[in-house]
Design a protein around this ligand. Structure first.
Ligand code: FES
Ligand code: FES
Length: 202
């Protein structure tokens, strides 16, 4: 074997390895491209009524209500926790009923009234009694889950599911709190519901 043969073989081997690596990368890229949803041409006109305001948007039909609020309307009070319907951080009210905005397409909402934490008001236009109760009962720590907790709590009462502390706990169980501020949250809702403070019954 001559030197030029050796160089030639090494060059061939290196080139082959590079080609194999490139092929492998290309495979991953193709796989990734295949896994990505195809881009959709055109946006759909969507009318949203948020906190009494009417918004006309052109959105990809796959846009969630959560992303429409946060990314298109700059209403970032509604939080994105899991984005998979498991934490409750994105809870908003539609027609007064609690809904997970991450699992709701904006186009599904149609023009039904949506209330986010930015639109929650008390009778005098100030804090809603539930917001005040959360402050009074120290019902938060980092506050990330709090907008969803408060909207869920408002609906829990209007649904008639705040008849006891146990019922409040049950019907608020879809809203998780990483800081475990559950005692304060329950106490705040119980106060607004006119129940005795949890733990004071005995
Ligand atoms: Fe919607 Fe977690 S962000 S349930
Ligand atoms: Fe921190 Fe609930 S207050 S996640």
């Amino acid at each position: 074997m001559t030197m030029s043969d050796g160089v030639s073989r090494r060059t061939v081997l290196k080139t082959g390895a590079a080609a194999t690596a490139a092929g492998s990368i290309g495979l991953h890229i193709s796989a990734a491209r295949t896994a990505t949803p195809p881009a959709m041409d055109g946006a759909s006109p969507v009318v949203l009524r948020i906190n009494g305001e009417r918004y006309q948007l052109d959105l990809d039909p796959r846009t969630s209500l959560l992303d429409a609020l946060r990314e298109h309307l700059d209403l970032t009070g509604t939080k994105k926790g899991c984005d998979h319907g498991q934490c409750g951080a994105c809870t908003v009210l539609i027609d007064g009923r609690r809904v997970l905005a991450c699992l709701t397409l904006a186009v599904q909402v149609d023009a039904r009234p949506v209330t986010t934490i930015e639109g929650l008001r008390g009778p005098d236009g100030g804090l809603h009694p539930m917001q005040q109760a959360f402050i009074d009962h120290d019902a938060l720590q980092c506050g990330y889950c709090t907008p969803g907790q408060i909207l869920s709590a408002v609906a829990c009462l209007s649904e008639g599911h705040a008849g006891s502390v146990d019922e409040i706990r049950e019907y608020m169980s879809g809203n998780l709190c990483r800081c475990a501020a559950y005692d304060g949250i329950t106490a705040a809702i119980a106060a607004v519901a006119g129940l005795p403070a949890p733990g004071s019954e005995a």
